[in-house]
Design a protein around this ligand. Structure first.
Ligand code: HEM
Ligand code: HEM
Length: 175
């Protein structure tokens, strides 16, 4: 009889907070108006930026928490553990790179970025910088890569739960 060893409470709360914010970012990113040369950051675009900076703040805290707290031991085969670790660190990487590229692009458009629209954040690109402008497309492309990785990650969790019938999915259960 296994007992499930879960991630600690903070890690589980952060996992699901970030998952909810990312889901919102995809809905906003794909439903907001096309961003053109003279588009202003209002409405859905403003919400995309507000939620995106909150997500980045949550990720900074999450990374610090992760490197200072070991995940619980598991009994996965070494090859599965290696694949899962690689996927998790790819997710961590994209969860930093995607928002930072969005921020660079926003700065190149002279948009002022603020954490929760209150605390002003520095510009990450000079206004009009061609590299900063190009990062808009890279941001959109890497958002797709992130989407696919999340799909694979979720499918793996469901596979553990319903096919392999082990207790991996319970490791991240909120309650
Ligand atoms: C994980 C977090 C994020 C995700 C998943 C995400 C996702 C997306 C998606 C799917 C689009 C639409 C791309 C397209 O249709 O071409 C988009 C556009 C955009 N996002 Fe994000 N975004 C995130 C964070 C951010 C942040 C933090 C900022 C700014 C501070 C930002 C700024 C932008 C801008 C400026 C665009 C328009 C880019 C362009 O079309 O040139 N995003 N984002
Ligand atoms: C319904 C959707 C999801 C399910 C069922 C799920 C389930 C899980 C489970 C069970 C683990 C622990 C795996 C282990 O013990 O090795 C985990 C870890 C992880 N998940 Fe998810 N997840 C989901 C969505 C997401 C999303 C949307 C993201 C990204 C935004 C994400 C990012 C991560 C990361 C980075 C880890 C590694 C945690 C660490 O070791 O610090 N997950 N997830």
């Amino acid at each position: 009889m296994h007992t499930t060893i879960r991630y600690n409470t903070v890690a589980r709360l952060l996992h699901w907070l970030v998952a909810a914010l990312v889901a919102g970012q995809f809905v906003l990113g794909w439903s907001m108006p096309d961003v053109r040369h003279d588009t202003q950051p209002v409405g859905l675009i403003a919400w995309h930026i507000t939620a995106g900076t909150a997500l980045l703040a949550a990720m900074i805290f999450r990374l610090l928490w992760r490197v200072t707290h070991r995940p619980p031991a598991d009994d996965l085969a070494p090859v599965l553990r290696a694949i899962s670790l690689a996927t998790h660190w790819a997710l961590y990487t994209l969860l930093f790179v995607v928002p930072i590229l969005g921020w660079i692009n926003a700065s190149s458009r002279a948009w002022q970025i603020g954490l929760f629209r209150v605390i002003p954040l520095p510009a990450l690109s000079p206004v009009g910088w061609s590299f900063g402008r190009a990062m808009g497309d890279v941001h959109g492309f890497l958002a797709w890569v992130l989407f696919i990785l999340i799909f694979v990650h979720t499918a793996a969790a469901l596979l553990h739960r319903y096919v392999l019938r082990d207790r991996v999915m319970q490791r991240m259960a909120l309650w």
